[in-house]
Design a binder for this molecule. Structure first.
Ligand code: UTP
Length: 289
């Protein structure tokens, strides 16, 4: 079994749920405290053993490319002012992983964005992390849990958690049999079903390990629901030929593309920060009196 070392992070979407700020600031650059969302996601990939990342961007997302580039002028200012702590942080950021970029010229959906990684991936299984989903787990990163599941069972692994039934229409929903504590064998997937259509409340939440065979399906894919090329439709095609599993990962997932998800992440991360925890707890206590 090959070691998984490549990941695709699609960040080319318009971020319409977060307008107006996303008119000129990519949602992936919106900070949770002092780090942009994309950094949390890249760090999760690196901490899971990923060495090569492809970011699928678009013309409005240049600031993401700049963020992971060298910034020599800033480094020399920090060096002169002996601000070595910040200097280390800035240098580490541009050196932490090998990142390449490809542009998705038209935003034709997640499946279309992932297809841009065909040459980058070659014939190895690879990971996908959505650019607007942060998953927090202090012990083991979500992606590492999925990679370990792949090492044990092979096949394609979809990172899932149960969601409230009223929310099923926001997600790709799994139809499958439970074959272990945290594992389902997937029989079908339904993208954004109505509550009545949804076979379960087990939702795909922005993390995947995918077989390279997906590209032959994405190549032939046409627009599905909402006129976009859906990744889910090609994953369904995979089920006929290969094992597709859904793995219930441990961790708290935040949808940063959604305003409430973003606020929850900001509060939780501030409460996890030793310096801010006391101040924010008192502040929230006062507000909630
Ligand atoms: P979303 O549907 O959450 O992102 O796609 P969006 O389209 O930017 O957001 P809204 O719904 O308009 O607010 C999930 C991920 O897939 C990327 C997005 O950038 C996001 O990280 N994506 C989506 C692409 O890269 N290309 C696309 O054509 C669509």
């Amino acid at each position: 079994m090959s070691i998984i070392r490549k990941a695709i992070i699609p960040v080319a979407g318009f971020g319409t749920r977060f307008l107006p700020v996303t008119k000129s600031i990519p949602k992936e650059m919106i900070p949770i405290i002092d780090k942009p969302t994309i950094q949390y996601i890249v760090e999760e990939a690196v901490d899971s053993g990923i060495t090569d990342i492809l970011l699928v961007t678009s013309k409005h997302k240049k600031s993401i490319e700049d963020y992971f580039d060298n910034f020599k002028e800033l480094e020399s200012v920090l060096e002169k002012s002996k601000n070595y702590e910040m200097l280390e942080m800035i240098k580490k950021l541009s050196n932490m992983v090998n990142i390449t970029f490809v542009r998705q010229k038209e935003q034709n959906g997640l499946g279309h964005a992932i297809y841009h990684g065909k040459t980058f991936v070659g014939d190895e299984p690879f990971c996908v992390l959505l650019g607007d989903d942060i998953v927090h787990n202090d012990n083991k990163p979500c992606l590492k849990q999925l990679i370990e599941c792949h090492e044990k069972h092979g096949g394609t692994i979809l990172g899932v958690q149960e969601v409230e039934r009223k929310d099923v229409s926001k997600y790709g929903i799994v139809d499958g049999e439970k074959i272990g504590d945290s594992l389902y064998k997937v029989n079908n997937l339904i993208e954004k079903p109505s509550i009545e259509e949804a076979p379960t409340n087990v939702a795909i939440l922005g993390r995947y390990v995918i077989s390279p065979s997906i590209f032959s399906h994405l190549e032939k894919a046409s627009s599905g629901k909402l006129g976009e090329i859906q990744l889910t439709d090609s994953l369904v095609k995979l089920i006929d030929d290969e094992d597709v599993f859904a793995y219930t990962f441990e961790g708290t997932r935040y949808d940063i593309g959604d305003k409430v998800g973003y606020l929850k992440a900001t509060i939780d991360f501030s409460l996890r920060d030793q310096k801010m925890k006391g101040i924010i707890t008192n502040y929230l206590g006062e507000k909630l009196k």
